[in-house]
Design a protein around this ligand. Structure first.
Ligand code: ATP
Ligand code: MG
Length: 337
């Protein structure tokens, strides 16, 4: 009897490009990547995003009947908080009140989610990861995709997709119990510190590759689109623009690393890098130098089973940009043996 195959489709709607990954799942086999698509967003604008989406669905056909999307950005709050030890359902009831003191938006305007992490050493309390997203943010995203007639089966958060992609596909070659995951996009980046497979620190940072383009444009006295081209060509001037443009990101990271190390008493020695904003080689060397830790790109291709029909060239060239889409498509699916 033929095994039943199901499909999941993860779509990452960024501010620079839309990336999608379709994965097939068959019992007893590892999930297989069937196709990857990347469509650039004209002028990196909202209208451009709608156009990119239209292109995506007019050119491609997908086997998946539903799609999965992620949200990110400043309208998203992620906090690690301590709560008394409660059952899951007790916690669910208590979370709304607790959340009020951590979230700078009216609680009625937010969708809440949480994950129980671990107990404190004295076992009297537990650590909980609280996630709050402004309803508008999620609704906008859902409306954007609804126009294409496909139902959304899952809404996740960019940074948790990257964590999931690393769990499923990453190799912690440094063998660290503690590692960081930094995804640098265009408008923003995300940073997570994972300790014993659990997220300890998770933040959205409103700095990405766009700041490098802006710095380059300013330093060279040229318009942004021209600076963007220069950046992609990896011109020698890019180095100082990366230094200038990513300085606020480095400040946030220094703060995050200090916070983590003080709170946990552990050291963070390795940070795995991904996202389009991490493409220029100078980014990892600069971050390593500035943070005094090893910062290197992590490879999502070794453990990924890829169908013959998938665009391998695209994947090889832009693999680190697909982590959100891959994390979405691989979510909640058992790995084959
Ligand atoms: N070859 C390259 N060299 C240098 N930078 C690159 C290269 N390719 C892409 N980038 C940069 O990567 C960034 C886009 O990365 P990514 O696709 O991860 O962003 P996004 O997901 O669309 O944005 P966001 O998540 O912030 O909304 C842009 O700033 C772009 O200039
Ligand atoms: Mg992104």
């Amino acid at each position: 009897m033929k095994d039943k195959v199901s499909f999941t489709l993860g779509i990452d709607i960024g501010s620079y490009s839309v990336k999608c990954a379709e994965v097939s799942h068959e019992e007893g086999r590892p999930p297989k990547l069937q196709q990857v698509v990347r469509v650039l967003i004209p002028n990196a604008s909202k209208e451009g995003a709608a156009e990119a989406f239209r292109q995506l669905f007019s050119k491609r056909s997908f086997s998946a009947k539903k799609l999965r999307v992620a949200v990110s950005g400043p309208a998203l709050i992620i906090r690690r908080i301590q709560m008394p030890r409660l059952t899951y359902s007790e916690l669910k009831g208590a979370m709304r009140f607790e959340a009020e003191s951590h979230i700078p938006f009216p609680i009625d305007d937010c969708l809440l989610d949480f994950q129980i992490l671990d107990e404190t050493p004295d076992k009297k309390k537990m650590n909980v990861l609280l996630v709050a997203a402004k309803r508008d943010l999620v609704q906008q995203r859902l409306q954007g995709v609804a126009a294409h007639g496909m139902d959304v089966e899952l809404v996740d958060v960019d940074v948790f997709c990257v964590i999931n992609a690393f769990e499923k596909l990453g190799e912690n070659s440094q063998g660290e119990r503690v590692h960081g995951l930094l995804n640098i996009g265009h408008q923003g980046s995300s940073f997570a510190v994972i300790q014993d497979k659990l997220p300890f620190y998770v933040r959205e940072i409103a700095v990405g590759g766009r700041e490098v383009t802006k710095a380059l444009a300013q330093m060279q006295g040229i318009p942004e689109p021209e600076a963007e081209k220069l950046k992609i060509e990896n011109a020698p001037e890019v180095s100082s623009a990366v230094q200038k443009g990513l300085e606020p990101l480095m400040d946030e990271l220094r703060h995050a690393v200090d916070y983590f190390e003080n709170e946990s008493g552990e050291s963070l020695r390795w940070i795995g890098l991904s996202g389009g904003g991490a493409t220029a080689p100078v980014v990892s060397s600069l971050l390593s130098e500035e943070l005094g830790r090893t910062v290197s790109l992590w490879d999502n291709s070794k453990k990924l089973s890829v169908s013959e029909s998938a665009d391998r060239e695209l994947l090889a060239k832009h693999s680190g940009e697909f982590n959100v889409a891959l994390g979405l498509a691989l979510r909640g699916v058992k790995q084959g043996k």
